[in-house]
Structures are given as structure tokens and as C-alpha cells.
Design a protein around this ligand. Structure first.
Ligand code: SF4
Ligand code: ZN
Ligand code: ZN
Length: 308
């Protein structure tokens, strides 16, 4: 298959990727160009951030987050990486993830902020989960990561935090929230969550790009990323929704993009009205971060661990 853009210019360049839902075959150069243009378009359309703002990019060491940092840096945004080191020893997971992020930060010559859970709190994420009420390491990890992203952004003067969520993640989340009619989550699912009540603005510039596209972008730019997932990752419920959507996408190309885009355009405003102003936030008595309870869940978990 030949690159469509090269062909229109009278050149015969082999395509490296076929984007079925866009009916577009592209060579390396034109795919990278297309990918970055899509990213920029999303940033502008949702007024995510400008070139005058510092952007904190949450990087795990995986393909999506590192591709995001790479693309934003190439698009000349002022980026800083943030890596939360969880202290997961199995497969040397946390050690290797940190190494990859450090190497990447050296490659693109941008600073990396590292928060080491064990050094700062005295516990790894697995130890925290064991001592918490919830026990499920992934849900504890999720809430600690969200908390730390906000806290570090606030302390270091960032108004915006970018994450590498892609269209596969967002459409699977949407399907899962729709099947359960989670009105609250549906009202808040968005490419951009505005800065409010002490929380930094959260943005997802890759929300219209598929996982296949982000992996291809990483490979074509020779980005070294973690190939193995976290040892704690189980068969998450989200993977069932991802598989269901992959089937629909195969039968009807463009389903994922349509599903998500039409939700944002037609349904989200309705759910948004339902949840607007329903959550009252106050400052956590211990750390000062916004919370609905007198003490936030992270501080409560850490207090419980100290009492053990
Ligand atoms: Fe955290 Fe679970 Fe993800 Fe591992 S798989 S990084 S423990 S949320
Ligand atoms: Zn081309
Ligand atoms: Zn707190």
C-alpha cells in the first residue's frame, strides 16, 4: 500500500500504517505529521493549554505517556515530566520504569520530577494497600496517583496536568459508565476537567487517538518504553469493554471515535447539568488538599498505617 499524501504529490512511498476508520494509508513522515496535527487540534479545540503555560505530563514509562511527552515537546509546549515511583519490586517493575523515564527525559532534554512513595511516605503502594480498608492495590494506587498529581502540581505551580489516555481507554470507560448508568461519572468524563476547588486542570490530548496509533507513534520515533505491564494488573473490567468495542470497530470502522465524539457533543451536556455543583469540597485538615470529608482518603490511609 502506498502513502496517500505522497501519492497526491506524485511520489511513490510505501505506507507504514493504514488507519482504517480514516481510510488513510501513510508513510512514516506523514503519519508522524498527521498524529501531531491531531494532537494539536484536540489541544486547541478543548482549550487545554497554551504555549505560555507549564504543562506537567504524568509519565509511567508506558507508550502512551512517553509518546505524549514526546509529541508535546515537539509541538513546542513547555513540558515537565512527573513520575510516581510506586516501589513495586516484582520484575523490578518500578526500578525499570523509573530508569526508562529518566533516560527519556535525558533524550528530550526536559526535566523529570520524581516522587518516590517509599522515600516520602515510608511505604510502597503494596504496603499501603495491605494496610488500607480497600485492600485492592489498583484502586488504592489510582487514588494515590490522582492525589499526588494534584498535590505536586499545586506545590510546584502547575495549573495543568496532562495524561496519556487514548481513545481506547476513553471509549471503554464511556461504555462501562453507560452500561452502569453512572450519571456522576458520565457528567465528569471529558477531554478536559477544568481547574477548580484547588484541583489542577486535567487534560487528555490523545483522547481521539487509538492505542494502535500511539504505539505506532512510539515505535516510529524509537521511544523506548516499558513493554511489560505492571505485575499487579489483573484482568481489569475495562478490558472486557475494550474487547467489545474492538469487535464493533472491526465490524463498523469508526465506531469508537463516533461513540466518544457523539457522547461529548450530544449527551455529556445533559449529564453535566445533573452533577453541576453537587459536590462540596473543603480543605483536608491534615494536608490541605480538596476533599469531601474532613480528612482526605490518602491522609486517612496513611494515619491508619501509622497506627498499625
Ligand atoms: Fe497501580 Fe494497579 Fe496500575 Fe500497577 S496496575 S500501576 S498497581 S493501578
Ligand atoms: Zn507520505
Ligand atoms: Zn489529606
Amino acid at each position: 500500500m502506498l502513502c496517500k499524501i505522497c501519492k497526491s504529490k506524485g511520489k511513490r512511498e510505501k505506507a507504514v500504517i493504514y488507519l482504517r476508520h480514516h481510510r488513510l494509508a501513510l508513510c512514516r513522515e506523514h503519519f508522524i505529521e498527521w498524529f501531531e496535527r491531531q494532537t494539536e487540534k484536540t489541544i486547541k479545540e478543548f482549550k487545554m493549554f497554551s504555549r505560555k503555560e507549564k504543562v506537567l505530563v504524568a509519565v509511567s514509562g508506558g507508550k502512551d505517556s512517553l509518546s505524549l511527552w514526546f509529541a508535546l515537546n515537539k509541538l513546542r509546549y513547555e513540558t515537565y515530566g512527573l513520575h510516581i515511583s510506586l516501589g513495586i519490586e516484582k520484575w523490578d517493575y518500578s526500578k525499570k520504569s523509573l530508569e526508562i523515564c529518566r533516560k527519556f527525559s535525558d533524550r528530550i532534554e526536559r526535566p523529570l520530577i520524581v516522587f518516590n512513595l517509599k522515600e516520602e511516605f515510608g511505604y510502597t503502594i503494596e504496603e499501603i494497600a495491605k494496610g488500607s480498608k480497600r485492600k485492592d492495590v489498583c484502586s488504592v494506587c489510582g487514588s494515590f496517583k490522582r492525589y499526588l498529581m494534584n498535590k505536586i502540581a499545586k506545590e510546584k505551580g502547575f495549573k495543568v496536568v496532562a495524561t496519556g489516555h487514548n481513545l481506547d481507554d476513553e471509549s471503554a470507560l464511556l461504555l462501562s459508565n453507560t452500561i452502569r448508568w453512572e450519571v456522576g461519572y458520565l457528567g465528569r468524563q471529558s477531554p478536559v476537567l477544568p481547574e477548580e476547588g484547588g484541583f489542577a486542570r486535567k487534560v487528555k490530548p490523545f483522547c481521539f487517538l487509538t492505542e494502535k496509533e500511539t504505539v505506532s507513534y512510539a515505535i516510529l520515533n524509537e521511544i523506548e518504553y516499558m513493554k511489560t505491564g505492571c505485575p499487579n494488573a489483573k484482568e481489569a473490567t475495562s478490558s472486557h469493554f475494550k474487547r467489545a468495542l474492538a469487535y464493533l470497530e472491526h465490524q463498523m470502522p469508526g465506531t469508537k471515535l463516533r461513540f466518544y465524539k457523539e457522547f461529548l457533543r450530544k449527551a455529556k451536556p445533559i449529564f453535566e447539568k445533573e452533577v453541576r455543583g453537587k459536590v462540596e469540597l473543603n480543605e483536608c485538615q491534615v494536608c490541605g488538599m480538596p476533599t469531601t470529608a474532613p480528612v482526605c482518603s490518602v491522609c486517612r490511609t496513611l494515619q491508619r498505617l501509622k497506627e498499625c
